[in-house]
Design a protein around this ligand. Sequence first.
Ligand code: SF4
Ligand code: SF4
Length: 380
Amino acid sequence: MRAAFHLRLARRVAANRVRRRLGRPAIPFKLLWNTTHYCNSRCLTCNVWGIYPGEGSQKDEIHGSEAARAIASLGEHLLWLTLTGGEPTLKLNVVETVNAVYDACPHLNFITVNTNAIVPGRTLAVMDAIAAHCRRAEVLAVLSLDGVGTVHDEVRGVPGNFEAVMEARRGLVALRRQRPNLGFCIQSTASRHNVDRFDELLALVRANGDEHLVTLAQEAELYRNRGAGHDVTAERSVLPGLLRLARLYRPRRVRDLVQWAHLRLLQRYVETREAPVPCSAGSSTLTLSPRGDVLGCLFLDNRMGNVRDFGHDLLRLLESPSARRVQEACRSCHQCWTNCESFTSMLSSPVRTVVRAALARPLASGPDAREVPPRVLSER
Ligand code: SF4
Ligand code: SF4
């Protein structure tokens, strides 16, 4: 299954290169479905949980059947589906939606679900139902874990969340015995609230033998937190911890090499504020937002259009001038180096990634040796 996935991925990357040379829009192979603004967490670094009820409710979001129709319009092009939010396991009809997309997309081989696991039973039920139906796909629960014990609970604003994540983890370990296509990994967001406690988190994840993704807190349209000072790469006080984290990371399996390269290149990004490889947001990935807007990426207000204006047909939407504009703009954007998009960007520029990651040198002088210019978030 994995070999076929990687082969198709290589073909899709090559096909998009040819399309671009011919002046045609690239067709994304990954869709990031921002399922819902509803969230039962209270994270310090993200304000999504405050969107409802002030700005409506789940009733204002597109129905799962509409989302399924739109995502399924990518057909054989779709290889990878990621669910995020809000809390995706609380999106109404989420299982039916994913299963319908799977039925319509013959090459959908990788389904990842980011979850806070505050309600472990719900996380397990959703993951089990998706894995049971989508048998030829690898189905991965991405469990958010930002610290050990009360560190996690404080960063996420929910007492008992650490124990809930551990419970979900144990449940997934047990479920995996019945569902070989089901897996999980831990995802940790480094922020000024936890970066000095990351050693114990890394030790826990390593002791458990879990796959580990590390991402960075940032300010974004998605998180409704612009100007709140959460961009850790711009905050000088946390840079030593952040860069030590990159140095401590040890790949344990082949797939970890992507995360390893991401962290190696993060050092370069922090130093230069230039994306190490062109951002492929909008070209390799598309983001579908809760109310049907299609964006180039999760982080900017780079809207291509709304699925309702294009008959829920993403291939039609991609032909629009606004989609072409967003694809071009993303390629020269340097606003972030975050794994939601950096992984696909690296996969889309494999040679440059390998060379630059291999040559990346640890910052011997340390970040304090230079002034780090503030990053300016702009909207397009
Ligand atoms: S980071 Fe995720 S879990 Fe936390 S408030 Fe934002 S959407 Fe909710
Ligand atoms: S680099 Fe720019 S376009 Fe790419 S994901 Fe980050 S904010 Fe979006």
